[in-house]
Design a protein around this ligand. Structure first.
Ligand SMILES: Nc1ncnc2c1ncn2[C@@H]1O[C@H](COP(=O)(O)OP(=O)(O)O)[C@@H](O)[C@H]1O
Ligand SMILES: [Mg+2]
Length: 451
C-alpha cells in the first residue's frame, strides 16, 4: 500500500530539511571531534615538555641523582604526566614507571606495555649524552572524551531528527487535510451538488488563495448555469403563445378551407407566422446572450458621434416614408469602448420606436451631449408619450402599451436596449408624460478621450 503522507509536498519539504540538517550535524560532529582530539593531544605534549624541562633543570643543577628525584616527585604530583622513564646507556633504568625502551626523541606514541589496546603519547629527549628521559600520558582520557562527545552529538541528532519528522508529519497532515477538502468539494460538485464550496480559513496562505479562486470560479459557473436555465425556461415559455397561435390558425385552415386559394392563403399566413416566431426566437436568444455577458469580446474603441450620423443617414428616408421628421444633433466626436454592432442595434430600436409608436408628423430627435465626462445619447419625439408609472414596465419582455398591440413588434426592443446598455455600463433614463413626447437617454461613463 502506498502511504499517502510520504507523497505529499509537505513531507517532501520536511525530508529535505531533515537531510540538510543531518549533513550539517555530521560535519559539525567531525569538526568538533577533530578539534577536541587535537586540543587534548597538545595538552599531553605540553605536560610532557614541562616535565622534561624540570628533569633537565634538576640534572643541570645537581646531576643524575637530582634528575631521578625530580622524576619521582613528578610521578606523584597530580598536574603532571602519568608515565616516566629515566634510562642510561640505552637499557639501564634509573627512575620511572615504564620499562626500558628504545630512546626515541620528539613526540612519540606507542602501545601501553601492560594494557592491550591502550596507547601512550609523550615526549622523549636526551638530558645529557647517554641519559634519556621520557614523559607521557595515557591516551585513554582522550578516547573517552571523544566518545562522550560523540554520544552526546548522536543523542542530539536523534532528538532533532525525531522532531523534524514529527514536524514534517504534522505539516503534511494539515496540508493533506486541506487538499482533501478541496478534492471532496470538487467531487461533490461533479456529483451534482453545485452549491458546495471550499471553506476558507482566513490565513491568506496559498491554499486559502487557491480555495478562494476555486470558489469564485464555481460562483461564476453557477451564475452562468442559472442564466442558462433561466434562458431555457424563458424561451420555452415565451415561444408557447406564438406557436399555439400558429397551430390554431392551421387547424382553422384545415376545418374551414374548401378552395385551393383558401389553403394557399392559410399557408402564406403560416409561413409569415413561422418567420415571426423565428425572429422572436433569435431576439430572445440575443437578449439572453447579452445578459450572460458573453459579448464583451467584441469591445473596441468607437466614435459615438460617427455612429449616430450613420444611423441618421439610414433612418432619415425611413422616417420620411412614415411621414415623420428625423433631426440629428450628433455633437462632437467622442470615443467610447463598446460593441459597434450592439450599439447600432440599440439605437436603431429606439429610433424605430419613435417612428412606429407615434403618429404622422412627429419630430424625432437624435442627439449626443457631453456632461461631466459622460457621453449622453438621447432619442426623443414629440409624440403621445407614456405615463411615468409604465416606464419601468417597458423594460420587461413582451410588455407593450395597450395602444401599441396592433402595431408590429413583440415588446422585446426595449429589453434588448436595456441588456446592451448594461453590458456597456451605461445607465438608462426615460422622460415622458402623456401628450408631452417621449425621451430616452443612454449615459455612457468615462469616455476615452476625456472630452
Ligand atoms: N417613442 C415611444 N412613444 C410611445 N410609446 C413608446 C415609445 N417607445 C416605446 N413605446 C412603448 O413601449 C412599448 C415597448 O417597446 P418595445 O420594447 O420596443 O417593443 P415593441 O416596439 O416591439 O412594441 C411599445 O409597445 C410602446 O407601447
Ligand atoms: Mg420596439
Amino acid at each position: 500500500m502506498r502511504i499517502r503522507i510520504f507523497h505529499t509536498e509537505g513531507f517532501r519539504i520536511a525530508a529535505i530539511f531533515v537531510a540538510i540538517f543531518a549533513i550539517s550535524a555530521a560535519a559539525l560532529a567531525i569538526v568538533t571531534l577533530a578539534v577536541v582530539d587535537q586540543e587534548l593531544r597538545s595538552q599531553i605534549v605540553q605536560f610532557a615538555n614541562a616535565d622534561i624541562g624540570s628533569v633537565k633543570d634538576g640534572y643541570r643543577t645537581q646531576g643524575v641523582r637530582e634528575a631521578s628525584e625530580v622524576v619521582g616527585q613528578r610521578m606523584a604530583s597530580p598536574g603532571a604526566s602519568d608515565f616516566f622513564l629515566l634510562q642510561r646507556n640505552g637499557s639501564e633504568k634509573l627512575a620511572g614507571n615504564l620499562p626500558p625502551m628504545q630512546a626515541l626523541t620528539g613526540v612519540i606514541e606507542f602501545p601501553h606495555p601492560a594494557a592491550a589496546g591502550r596507547a601512550i603519547l609523550g615526549v622523549g629527549a636526551f638530558v645529557a649524552p647517554g641519559l634519556y628521559v621520557f614523559a607521557g600520558s595515557d591516551l585513554r582520557a582522550t578516547q573517552m572524551a571523544r566518545q562522550r562527545i560523540l554520544r552526546t552529538l548522536i543523542w542530539i541528532f536523534a532528538g532533532a531528527l525525531a522532531l523534524a519528522l514529527l514536524g514534517g508529519t504534522i505539516v503534511s497532515r494539515t496540508f493533506l487535510r486541506r487538499t482533501d477538502e478541496i478534492v471532496t468539494t470538487c467531487r461533490a460538485i461533479m456529483a451534482g451538488n453545485l452549491a458546495s464550496r471550499i471553506s476558507v480559513r482566513g490565513t491568506e496562505d496559498e491554499l486559502d488563495r487557491l480555495s478562494e479562486t476555486i470558489n469564485a470560479m464555481l460562483d461564476r459557473i453557477a451564475a452562468l448555469m442559472d442564466n442558462l436555465k433561466q434562458i431555457t425556461s424563458d424561451i420555452a415559455h415565451d415561444l408557447r403563445t406564438p406557436v399555439t397561435h400558429l397551430r390554431h390558425r392551421l387547424e382553422r385552415a384545415r376545418d374551414q378551407s374548401s378552395k385551393v386559394e383558401d389553403y394557399d392563403q392559410a399557408l402564406e399566413a403560416a409561413i409569415a407566422a413561422s418567420d415571426d416566431i423565428l425572429a422572436l426566437f433569435s431576439a430572445l436568444l440575443r437578449i439572453a446572450q447579452i445578459e450572460g455577458g458573453a459579448r464583451r469580446a467584441n469591445f473596441a474603441p468607437l466614435d459615438l458621434s460617427g455612429l449616430l450620423t450613420r444611423l441618421g443617414d439610414v433612418f432619415g428616408p425611413v422616417a420620411e416614408d412614415a411621414r415623420h421628421h428625423l433631426s440629428l444633433a450628433p455633437g462632437d466626436p467622442v470615443t467610447i469602448l463598446g460593441d459597434r454592432e450592439l450599439l447600432t442595434q440599440a439605437f436603431s430600436n429606439l429610433i424605430e420606436n419613435a417612428i412606429l409608436h407615434t403618429p404622422a408628423g412627429t419630430i424625432v430627435t437624435v442627439s449626443l451631449a457631453h456632461r461631466n465626462g459622460e457621453a449622453v445619447v438621447t432619442i426623443s419625439d414629440d409624440g403621445p408619450g407614456v405615463p411615468p408609472d409604465e416606464h419601468p414596465k417597458l423594460f420587461q419582455r413582451f410588455y407593450r402599451l395597450e395602444a401599441s398591440r396592433t402595431r408590429p413588434g413583440y415588446g422585446l426592443g426595449l429589453p434588448l436596449v436595456a441588456a446592451i446598455a448594461e453590458l456597456h455600463g451605461a445607465s438608462i433614463a426615460i422622460e415622458s408624460q402623456p401628450g408631452r413626447g417621449f425621451a430616452i437617454s443612454l449615459r455612457f461613463p468615462g469616455n476615452m478621450d476625456g472630452a
